[in-house]
Design a protein around this ligand. Structure first.
Ligand code: ZN
Length: 184
């Protein structure tokens, strides 16, 4: 399993600014917080169920709302010919007054697993790292932030311990809740 993280500037360039933020699928019936916008209804549905089962994920999402973040969840891009990240936070930031908009990529799955939702939690923690830094308002600011708080894991991937920790915690809660509901 690979835990991935904040992407480097070189990777961010693959993301054309003009197509930055797609609109959520209108027909999707998943009820998720308005500030977390999955462009794929399957992601939104899995995320809704994950929020019901993971208190840590709910707390994290609430906090992102408190600091006026909007996070889009979209499909990933190939980082190199051989590598596709399973999740990552783009360093680009769109600022609109107090609101900052970030983008997370999450690898497509036909049925999003608890592990996939834990990866989303991990990446949302990275989003919060940016959002809790009030002066992180540009891509360069975010690069600088990760220069301060992150450590390089290789391949240009930057990691932080809190993101790793919450990913594991969310997965634990999701699995425990699943076991609990089977026993009831
Ligand atoms: Zn990470």
């Amino acid at each position: 399993m690979r835990w991935t993280t904040a992407w480097t500037a070189a990777i961010v360039m693959a993301w054309g600014a003009g197509q930055a933020f797609g609109e959520p699928v209108k027909a999707c019936e998943a009820r998720t917080p308005a500030h977390i916008r999955a462009v794929d209804c399957q992601v939104a549905t899995a995320f809704e169920r994950a929020l019901e089962r993971s208190p840590s994920l709910r707390t994290l999402v609430d906090r992102i709302g408190e600091v006026k973040g909007i996070v889009y969840v979209t499909a990933p891009v190939n980082v190199t010919a051989k590598t596709t990240l399973i999740g990552g936070l783009f360093h680009q930031v769109v600022s609109a007054g107090e609101t900052r908009i970030l983008r997370i990529a999450l690898a497509h799955e036909s049925r999003y697993s608890d592990h996939s939702m834990a990866i989303l939690g991990h990446e949302l923690r990275h989003a919060l790292e940016v959002l809790e830094t009030p002066d992180a308002r540009t891509e360069a600011d975010v690069d600088a932030l990760y220069g301060r708080i992150g450590y390089v894991r290789g391949g240009g991937i930057v990691e932080t311990d809190p993101a790793v920790a919450i990913g594991h915690q969310v997965e634990k809660e999701l699995i425990a809740a699943r076991r609990g509901s089977k026993e009831n």
